[in-house]
Write a protein that binds this ligand. Structure first.
Ligand SMILES: C[S@@+](CC[C@H](N)C(=O)[O-])C[C@H]1O[C@@H](n2cnc3c(N)ncnc32)[C@H](O)[C@@H]1O
Length: 338
């Protein structure tokens, strides 16, 4: 079955919005603005075509105001998943590289997060310092960053000589190629021709294999993207050195966080949780204000879609459309290790 551009965009948007209690027109549109640099026109018509193809059900919620909600059928869900994997790979490559290139984005991150490491996440200076304290306490020297983007956080770690091996992986291949070029000064072979201290590698977290053991494996706003977090976390726990830890930053609505903590309870590992919600929930207003102040700069750079991507997400969260937002930090250790 062939799909027009708008049909593909809608299937992907409804799939991405799957954790919303109900997906209405506004939410679909907001996700289209967040995830597509070029917006295909005709949402309403596209939804009707998908319903006609039995890929989507249109549920009329209220007769009075004609409000509709959209649910993917089983077949629609299967097709949306097939479309989403290659789409997200190319979208991430583009947006991660643009985040690294954009001066407006750097100012935005400094203003809102207090740190600019080419991130495309909610990672703050406070979180960076918190994590660093854990790495130092654990005397970590070998670090793996899962979902490293263009490697800005890994490059920041490279400024600390105690970290002897820094390895980032991400499925967005062009972002990894860009990051390896940008940080070429860090990934030279050393004088003894031993492997470089700093390596970025294109790999999906689900299939990545490592013969090495790691003191710390870090997931910053990345674990959400796997359909099977339990399998992924079990696998990465096995890659830890006896005294090593997984460290995860996770920011999502409370219901999603509870679901994730349910997954963690099934993990054969010890889990420590710290809460970063207070500063997280205040941030959406600041984000929207900082974006608006930088709007002209984003547009002048040709990065209006990047501006739009952040704005749509912050506006949905200011309006609390998915419920209360929670930010947590998890430390996960093998059972039996202190
Ligand atoms: C929200 S971004 C966070 C990036 C980075 N950790 C940061 O703080 O800026 C999520 C990252 O996960 C990567 N990603 C998504 N699914 C992935 C997968 N299955 N395997 C590896 N990386 C993935 C994306 O390419 C993206 O770089």
């Amino acid at each position: 079955m062939g799909f027009s551009e708008i049909e593909q965009q809608l299937l992907i948007c409804v799939l991405i919005a799957k954790n919303y209690p109900q997906i209405n027109f506004k939410i679909v549109q907001s996700h289209q603005y967040q995830f597509f640099p070029v917006i295909a026109p005709g949402i309403q018509k596209g939804l009707e075509i998908l319903a006609g193809k039995k890929l989507l059900t249109i549920v009329k919620i209220s007769k009075e105001n004609q409000e509709e909600h959209y649910v993917l059928t089983k077949e629609g869900l299967g097709i949306a998943r097939q479309l989403m994997v290659p789409y997200l790979d190319s979208w991430y490559s583009k947006i991660l590289i643009d985040c690294a290139e954009s001066a407006a984005h750097r100012k935005f991150c400094m203003n809102v997060f207090g740190i600019a490491v080419n991130q495309f996440s909610f990672f703050t200076l406070q979180e960076f310092e918190h994590l660093l304290a854990f790495l130092n306490a654990q005397k970590a020297t070998r670090i793996l960053d899962v979902g490293c983007g263009t490697g800005g956080f890994c490059a920041e770690l490279a400024a600390y000589p105690e970290f002897k091996k820094i390895h980032g992986i991400d499925f967005a291949k062009e972002a990894i190629d860009y990051g390896n070029k940008k940080h070429a000064h860090l990934n030279q072979l050393n004088q003894l021709n031993q492997p470089a201290r700093f390596v970025l590698e294109a790999s999906r977290m689900e299939v990545f294999q490592s013969p090495d053991r790691w003191d710390a494996i870090i997931f910053i706003d990345t674990i959400y993207f796997t359909p099977d977090p339990l399998m992924v976390l079990e696998k990465y726990v096995q890659m830890l050195d006896e005294q090593g830890s997984l460290f995860l930053f996770f920011g999502q609505p409370l219901s999603y966080v509870q679901k994730f903590e349910e997954v963690l309870s099934r993990l054969n590992a010890s889990v420590q949780i710290q809460d970063f919600t207070a500063e997280f929930s205040e941030r959406w207003d600041r984000m929207a204000a900082a974006l608006m102040a930088l709007k002209d700069e984003f547009y002048a750079e040709g990065h209006e879609y990047l501006y739009r991507a952040y704005l749509e997400e912050s506006e949905r969260n200011v309006a609390n459309r998915r419920g209360q937002q929670v930010r947590r930090f998890y430390q996960i250790k093998k059972i039996g290790c202190s």
